[in-house]
Design a protein around this ligand. Structure first.
Ligand SMILES: [Zn+2]
Length: 390
């Protein structure tokens, strides 16, 4: 019986994967993505009209980094405007200026302050750069080329010097925790890890079909104080950026572990040699399987844990902040509402419908607004005092 069930699960897994691949090949843009852009467009997070009345404009966004983070910020007690800022910067960490035309949310770091790759002649032999003397001098990774960066001041850009740091961070003191401590105002300078690569003709863009470890023979990593422009430690913008990196840490968790096990200095999406490849969790199509029934799509469990981690972080920030208007609604309060909604958001929506997830996030947001206003247990009357005195 057990073997039969196992066989059935494998058959249904194979069938689901086949169907999913067949379906995704029908559309030019695969939409089954949790933490990267999906087939849903940006909207102004301060537009309170119903979903159908809202204007949407480019770029495309992630139903988690954008929609869900905004709803969870409301549930954690943030004001509507603070929740909008958190939501926008959680997405802008990937996208750059939002919206694409006439941006409201953007980055203004001084491009002159980006760290520059040291000349290859000064690079010392190491395990991640075994032969600098025979490595070509050109910098293939970590440059600030304007055709790669979403905007000149976009210091979180995926293709910029801090791309790995913000989007593939280890859960370690010098990576994710560094962003955490700057966000929680424990440190006032964000110390970021820069990754430079040398000697390849293939520029590292995450999008190119290549294996950066095979094409680039030498890497150098350095820690620099990040010029964050007008974004202050402890701010709502900083919190949005941290939530993005926390989400990406969950999204890429198995890739990060696989890269570590292979002694790679960082994790990256790479081409793989079939599913026996030790870097299989880092394959480019990794993000296509992050939603759905946990039996058929085990990676969706990681997505679910990631959404819970986002809410934990929002609640943790809210508890130590004096600008949060309401007490956070515990994840299991109100008949387990937030927990169950997150479970449904990840596991029971059709894996091909980001629109459905947008609706669920919007319903969670409305529910959280009603719940915190109607139940005095969530009120923090003194939090409104400064607003009244203004
Ligand atoms: Zn990212």
């Amino acid at each position: 019986m057990k073997r039969y069930r196992h066989h059935l699960t494998l058959t249904s897994l194979a069938l689901s994967v086949f169907l999913l691949l067949a379906l995704s090949s029908l559309f030019t843009l695969p939409s089954v993505r949790a933490w990267s852009e999906e087939n849903i467009d940006y909207f102004d997070p301060l537009d309170y009209r119903s979903l159908s009345q809202r204007d949407t404009v480019s770029p495309t966004v992630s139903s988690i980094h954008f929609d869900l983070v905004g709803a969870l910020a409301i549930a954690a007690g943030f004001s509507i405007t603070d929740a909008a800022t958190i939501q926008a910067y959680s997405q802008a960490t990937d996208s750059g200026p939002l919206p694409e035309e006439h941006p409201i949310y953007t980055f203004d770091a001084d491009p002159a302050n980006y760290p520059v790759a040291p000349p290859i002649s000064s690079v010392i032999t190491s395990t991640i750069c075994p032969s600098p003397s025979t490595t070509a001098a050109n910098v293939s990774m970590g440059s600030t080329d304007s055709d790669l960066m979403a905007c000149p001041g976009c210091f979180t850009d995926r293709y910029g010097p801090y791309g790995v740091f913000f989007h593939m961070p280890h859960n370690s003191a010098d990576e994710l925790d560094a962003i955490h401590d700057w966000t929680w105002n424990i440190t006032d300078t964000l110390m970021g890890k820069v990754t430079f690569g040398y000697g390849s003709d293939v520029r590292f863009t995450w999008k190119g079909i290549s294996n950066v470890y095979e094409t680039t023979p030498c890497f150098v990593q350095e820690i620099h104080a990040v010029d964050t422009g007008s974004i202050q430690p402890g701010s709502m913008e900083a919190l949005g950026i941290y939530l993005h990196s926390l989400g990406d840490n969950w999204s890429h968790q198995e890739c990060i572990a696989a890269a570590d096990a292979q002694g790679k200095p960082f994790a990256a999406h790479v081409t793989v040699d079939g599913n026996d490849d030790p870097l299989w969790p880092c394959r480019w199509s990794d993000h296509k399987f992050e939603f759905g029934d946990p039996d058929s799509f085990p990676e969706s469990n990681r997505t679910f844990s990631g959404t819970l981690a986002l809410y934990d972080a929002l609640v943790d920030f809210a508890r130590q902040s004096n600008r949060v208007l309401y007490r956070p609604i515990p994840v299991t309060a109100e008949e387990n509402h937030i927990y169950d909604t997150l479970y449904r958001f990840v596991h029971t929506t059709s894996a091909l419908r980001p629109d459905d997830r947008r609706v669920m996030a919007d319903q969670l947001r409305s529910w959280a607004l009603d719940t915190r206003e109607s139940n005095p247990a969530y009120w923090r009357p003194w939090a409104f005092l400064p607003l009244l005195l203004q």
